[in-house]
Design a protein around this ligand. Sequence first.
Ligand code: TYD
Length: 130
Amino acid sequence: MIQLINLPKIIDERGNLSFIEEENHIPFRIKRTYWIYDVPGGEIRGSHAFRNSEEFVVAISGSFDVVLHDGTNESKYSLNRSYYGLYIPRMIFRRIENFSTNSLALVLSSTEFDAEDYIRDFDLFLSLVK
Ligand code: TYD
């Protein structure tokens, strides 16, 4: 189930701290971490779904919108704090847009990179998800 997940936040005068533990704060084991940065204004990333990968996305810095489609409904999530993130199950079509200057999107994935896992064609996605 698509879910916004609050992460632990250790508030400290010296600066706050948050963290993520696999299978505790997020419902999968982390096989891979990647991040998206230096996104030029107006660009859109990630118009695709994954057959198998589950992901967890955090706006470590700045803000952006994650637009999700489950085959029936589209929903938009604005991520703009580093102490919560968005859990995206497998077989959800997503795009990330509206990146602020200097934003940093951290993505935790349940799988290693596999180009075969991508579904980039929205109509194919719709036919598979039904
Ligand atoms: P891609 O996931 O297609 O980017 P977008 O978020 O725009 O959909 O990845 C862009 C390129 O980077 C693509 O050629 C595959 C490569 N890539 C890897 O090699 N390893 C990875 O873990 C990821 C996420 C991408």
